[in-house]
Design a protein. Structure first.
Lengths: 162, 287
């Protein structure tokens, strides 16, 4: 009844084709089938944000997306964005501000943070908090994370005006 | 947890959807954004035989503005609504409500129609649609029908949708000049389901409230329209006495069920608090 379905995804810029069971979450496909274990699996019902990835350029929950739903679409993970250098500034700021402790939430947090940096260059601290409100961190208390994102927003603004 | 196994189909036309729904009956579930459905599958609260992914259907997405109405296709995402200039201009109540829907990563995917068909008692859109007296367009194998939002929500997760039917759009009348809107909710954390919330609209011209709609979420199995309170507000001037009148009348309309964290009395108190804030916001927006 539930036979596997051939699924082609542009994954971090490269096409991959696999047969997947319909019930397979995109996040499990990425981790277990493709070996991309940078994105984490937390709550598996869309609350914690640890599995945040990009689907067609927009951040989504990897645990609330089926791999078959990504057929014909592009998926970018923390590995792809990290390797391309897109996240370099925000990764540096997280490091400098000590914006992580155990690091479990960090890949998802970086994906959400980068989404804000791209789409809301003038965000206030309150808007930063709103934007990462779907990404839980149980270690830091968020202050350092908000600081790190704010630093990169300021750097980006200085680049534009400077 | 992982979801139990199911089959998956992604039909390209409504006709194919109707055929699949007929073949699989109760074993089929429609998949749009999946932001509530996949969570319930992962929690094994539901175990369908097949998911029918309707996101490839043409004509079910997008916002269109007519002469007197705004139509929102079922597959329109929360994010599209949030960023739509037309929604901000013509349906300010919906524009105020959408930032309260979950978080960005979920708003990118979750859909208008999904939220309506799911009919979660604490969800924002059902209350907004009831407040605005919206109509839902429902397609079936035999054709289309329209159901008023005020008739559509039948109880917790229960709607007027019949087996084999698909919700295809919502239609909203554009409010006349002078109408103001306010959406407020109280939640334990941003993006969490509301403890209680209020979608309010009224004609606020001339320093008084008339044609008031107050639809509460989280206050019952479906959105609750506070008809007695709205009637009491008719023609009353802005001010603290009018707000007190509304707050004192509210118990005639609301008898909210307790949830895990809040008693019925607490919810009624919080409903009074947001009613006061909403009426003040409506008055402030009009002056």
């Amino acid at each position: 009844m539930s036979h596997d379905i051939e699924t082609t995804i542009t994954l971090n810029g490269k096409p991959v084709t696999r047969r997947v069971a319909p019930r397979t979450h995109l996040i499990d496909f990425l981790r277990d089938e493709m070996g991309l274990t940078g994105s984490h699996v937390g709550c598996e019902h869309g609350v914690c944000g640890a599995c945040t990835i990009r689907l067609d350029g927009k951040i989504v929950r990897g645990c609330l997306t089926l791999a078959v739903q990504a057929n014909g679409r592009s998926v970018d993970t923390i590995e792809g964005l990290s390797d391309s250098g897109e996240l370099a500034a925000i990764q540096k700021a997280f490091h400098e501000r000590n914006a992580l402790q155990c690091g479990f939430c960090t890949p998802g947090m970086l994906m959400a943070a980068q989404d804000l940096l791209l789409h809301k260059p003038d965000a206030s601290r309150e808007e930063i908090r709103e934007h990462i409100s779907g990404n839980y961190c149980r270690c830091t208390g968020y202050q350092a994370i908000v600081d790190a994102i704010e630093i990169v927003l300021k750097q980006n603004k200085a680049k534009v005006t400077g | 947890m992982k979801s139990p196994a199911f089959a998956y189909a992604r039909p390209a036309s409504l006709g194919e959807v109707f055929t699949l729904l007929k073949t699989h009956g109760d074993g089929a579930k429609l998949l749009a954004g999946g932001q509530s459905l996949l969570a319930t599958l992962n929690l094994r609260l539901s175990a369908p035989d097949i998911l029918i992914d309707i996101t490839a259907l043409p004509g079910l997405s997008g916002i269109s503005v007519g002469k007197d109405t705004v139509r929102i296709g079922a597959l329109t995402t929360h994010r599209e609504i949030e960023h739509s200039g037309d929604i901000a201009k013509y349906l300010p109540l919906l524009a105020q409500a959408v930032p309260h829907v979950a978080h960005v990563a979920i708003r990118n995917v979750g859909t208008f129609g999904g939220s309506i068909a799911m009919a979660d008692p604490a969800a924002e859109y059902p209350a907004v649609c009831v407040a605005l007296d919206a109509q839902f367009v429902i397609a079936g194998a035999k054709g289309e029908r329209r159901v008023a939002a005020r008739e559509f929500f039948k109880g917790m997760y229960e709607t007027a949708l019949q087996p084999g039917e698909v919700l295809v759009a919502g239609e909203f009348k554009i409010a006349a000049t002078g109408y103001r809107a306010a959406f407020l909710e109280l939640a334990r954390r941003h993006g969490d389901y509301a403890i209680v919330g209020l979608a309010a609209q009224a004609d606020c011209s001339g320093g008084k409230y008339s044609d008031v709609s107050l639809a509460f979420l989280g206050a019952g199995g479906e959105p609750v329209l506070a008809r007695t309170t709205a009637a009491a507000l008719e023609g009353k001037a802005f001010g603290p006495d009018t707000i007190a009148l509304a707050q004192n009348t509210l118990a005639k309309d609301l008898d909210p069920p307790a949830d895990l964290y809040s008693s019925s009395a607490t919810k009624l108190h919080l409903a009074r608090v947001i009613t006061g804030r909403a009426l003040a916001a409506l008055a402030a927006a009009a002056t």
